[in-house]
Design a protein. Structure first.
Length: 489
């Protein structure tokens, strides 16, 4: 089988088979790069951001891009690789000048820190360092996910009244010793994996956006493939967060954080690529070594001609143990080779959505995920739900009720009622505007212990940019990184 894109005179053997076309390595790399670059040049704003503007050496004409790099996400790594090649080209063509600089931001947890550091170190040494020798194009930042709690000065204790779905909150300031951590949130508050993943990803997104805000970036480049975007879209619908889709996909407006206007727009440069194509790109360019779980990555479905073995049955999770994200992920992974048009249809349809019309008197934001609220979910749920219990009438019912009260379930209910009473009592009405979006309200009501969650007040978030530099061990790599680049100048 030969590549269908090579020049007729010297067709190379095909290695990749995608969208009913056969590619050799080289033509496939081109195909993927062009798709990404097209998105990076999609409108005037982004064109001006990425291109080299003359006269040179004008600081304000150099775009400042934030590229969140997750060591377990192939998309972000492929994106970086293509950006890297673009930068190399610009340096060559424009006498050592580039149109933009890149802040690479990696969020780590205590657990994966050693391996994240090792992978990033090799990436820095093998790729980025070379570019920084000529001009300081890359900056590398690491943030501990617990900075989500450390960088805020106030937290709210949120609870749902299960009688009428109203939210009650109690705020307090936090300092030094009484900080929460991700482990505590997922161990003590979350009742299942779905809520764990949801809250973790809310933390990551908030950290990235706040970093971009503080750091003065002009764009955040998200590594979502078409497949990943469709997964997110369907997951949002399933979780009752469909009203957020339009804002999530918006690449035309400047972002908004706690009603502060931002200088950056969001961009999804990989949105024309399927995740199987990203995995094949990764294999061809031998990039998997920079990722955590490289073996796992190597066995992910791709569109390479030499198909990799599909994961054995015992490795596949039971559906009931999967999170909503994993279920939608599996669905799109399964269909993308033969029915990739479904994926593009999901994305094209979602792209046409606009923000819903709000019927709120005062504009509000969700206290957990920070999304805009268009109609109060508490009122609506209260209208459609009967929550008052049927009164006890017979001795048998009385006996069964006692038994339930003494059970684990009953005890936890008693605890919940006490907590609700306390927070309601302390609530002096000043927090009346604290609201949750429908999705987070359901999450709190069904997947969080005692329907009560302590969550940082994101509008008090501050000092993220500094916290990245304070990390002792990581700053050593960075120093080394900077010293090396200085020496060569
Ligand atoms: Zn070819
Ligand atoms: Zn929410």
């Amino acid at each position: 089988m030969e590549c269908q894109r090579c020049h007729v005179s010297g067709r190379k053997p095909a290695t990749v088979n995608s969208r009913k076309e056969r590619f050799c390595d080289e033509c496939f790399i081109n195909f993927v790069s062009i798709k990404q670059r097209k998105q990076m040049m999609k409108d005037e704003f982004f064109r001006n951001l990425f291109k080299v503007v003359y006269p040179l050496d004008q600081k304000e004409s150099i775009g400042k891009i934030l590229l969140p790099l997750s060591p377990s996400d192939s998309g972000s790594l492929v994106m970086l690789d293509i950006v890297h090649d673009l930068l190399l080209e610009q340096l060559k063509q424009h006498n050592n000048h580039t149109g933009f600089t890149v802040d690479v931001l990696t969020i780590f947890t205590e657990e994966n820190f050693p391996v994240v550091r090792e992978r990033m170190e090799s990436l820095v040494k093998e790729k980025m360092l070379e570019l920084n020798k000529t001009s300081n194009i890359y900056k590398v930042h690491f943030i501990n996910i617990n900075e989500f709690f450390n960088s805020t000065s106030e937290v709210s204790s949120l609870i749902i009244d299960d009688g009428n779905f109203e939210i009650f909150t109690k705020s307090r300031s936090v300092g030094g010793g009484n900080r929460l951590t991700l482990d505590e949130i997922s161990g003590e508050y979350c009742l299942n994996n779905s809520s764990r993943t949801d809250l973790t990803s809310i933390m990551k997104v908030q950290l990235i956006k706040h970093f971009a805000y503080e750091n003065g970036n002009n764009a955040i480049m998200w590594g979502h493939s078409m497949t990943k975007l469709s997964e997110v879209i369907i997951s949002l619908v399933v979780k009752g967060k469909g009203s957020q889709i339009a804002t999530f996909l918006d690449t035309e407006s400047f972002d908004n954080l706690d009603d502060k206007p931002c200088n950056y727009k969001n961009l999804y440069p990989m949105k024309d690529l399927l995740s199987v194509e990203i995995e094949s790109f990764l294999q061809i360019k031998n990039l998997a070594k920079y990722l955590i779980n490289a073996e796992e990555t190597n066995s992910k479905p791709s569109c390479s001609v030499t198909k990799n073995p599909s994961p054995s049955l015992d490795k596949q999770k039971l559906v009931k143990n999967m999170t909503i994200n994993e279920i939608t992920n599996k669905y799109f992974q399964d269909i993308q080779n033969d029915y990739s048009n479904i994926i593009s249809t999901v994305l094209r349809t979602a792209d046409k959505l606009t923000e819903p019309i709000s019927n709120m008197i005062k504009p509000s934001k969700c206290q957990i995920c920070q999304s805009k609220i268009y109609s109060n979910p508490s009122d609506w749920l209260d209208r459609i739900t009967v929550t008052s219990p049927y009164p006890i009438e017979t001795n048998e019912e009385e006996y069964l009720f006692k038994q339930w009260q003494d059970s684990k379930l009953g005890q936890s209910h008693t605890h919940y009622m006490q907590l609700l009473g306390e927070i309601k009592n302390d609530n002096d009405g000043s927090n009346k505007d604290d609201k949750l979006c429908y999705g987070c309200l359901i999450l709190l009501n069904t997947s969080i212990k005692d329907k009560n969650l302590i969550w940082p007040k994101v509008n008090t978030m501050n000092g993220l940019v500094n916290s990245t530099n304070n990390d002792r061990e990581l700053s050593q790599i960075l120093e080394q990184f900077e010293i090396n680049s200085d020496l060569e100048e």
